[in-house]
Design a protein around this ligand. Structure first.
Ligand SMILES: [Zn+2]
Ligand SMILES: [Zn+2]
Ligand SMILES: [Zn+2]
Length: 159
């Protein structure tokens, strides 16, 4: 099976649950073998998932980050709590990080995608604290800070 055959079969073979008469065939076996052997189709597959969730994969640094950031879990509304989530994104800091699940909400920032190595934006957390301090907020996690600092608006609005 080649890449275009793999992609042409995607709609039929990616269903869940998959009927036995589909997964019990040599066509399906060849299809899933291609998925495991072809990085390009594995990435393409991730992009389809992101699109299905209603996001544009192009608006993320790469498709791996897009898949991580857009996945949701019924059991864990906070992605920090979900063991399936490997990368979290903090819009207010423009920061990608690996959550550390030792009881507290701590993270380790990352500068590159662990899967493809694409460079990620540098965390703006230092600037976030500095700007808020200038505005008179010396303990922004406990204080009632301006709303734009709770999202990415504070740096998107400034030049
Ligand atoms: Zn392929
Ligand atoms: Zn979960
Ligand atoms: Zn990547």
């Amino acid at each position: 099976m080649n890449c275009s055959e793999y992609r042409a079969n995607y709609a039929e073979f990616d269903k869940f649950p998959l009927p036995r008469e589909v997964w019990d065939t040599p066509e399906w076996t060849a299809w899933i073998d291609h998925f495991h052997q072809c990085n390009e189709c594995a990435d393409w597959d991730l992009a389809q998932r992101v699109i299905k969730r209603g996001y544009d994969p192009q608006s993320f640094p790469c498709v791996h980050i897009a898949d991580q950031i857009t996945q949701t879990c019924d059991q864990h509304p906070d992605p920090h709590d979900c063991p399936d989530v490997l990368i979290v994104y903090a819009p207010r800091f423009d920061e990608y990080a690996i959550p550390i699940r030792d009881g507290g909400p701590s993270v380790v920032c990352i500068r590159f995608c662990p899967w493809c190595g694409v460079q990620l934006p540098e965390s703006k957390s230092t600037r976030w604290f500095e700007e808020l301090e200038l505005l008179g907020y010396d303990d922004p996690f406990l204080q009632d800070i301006p709303e734009e600092y709770l999202t990415d608006q504070w740096y998107k609005n400034s030049t």
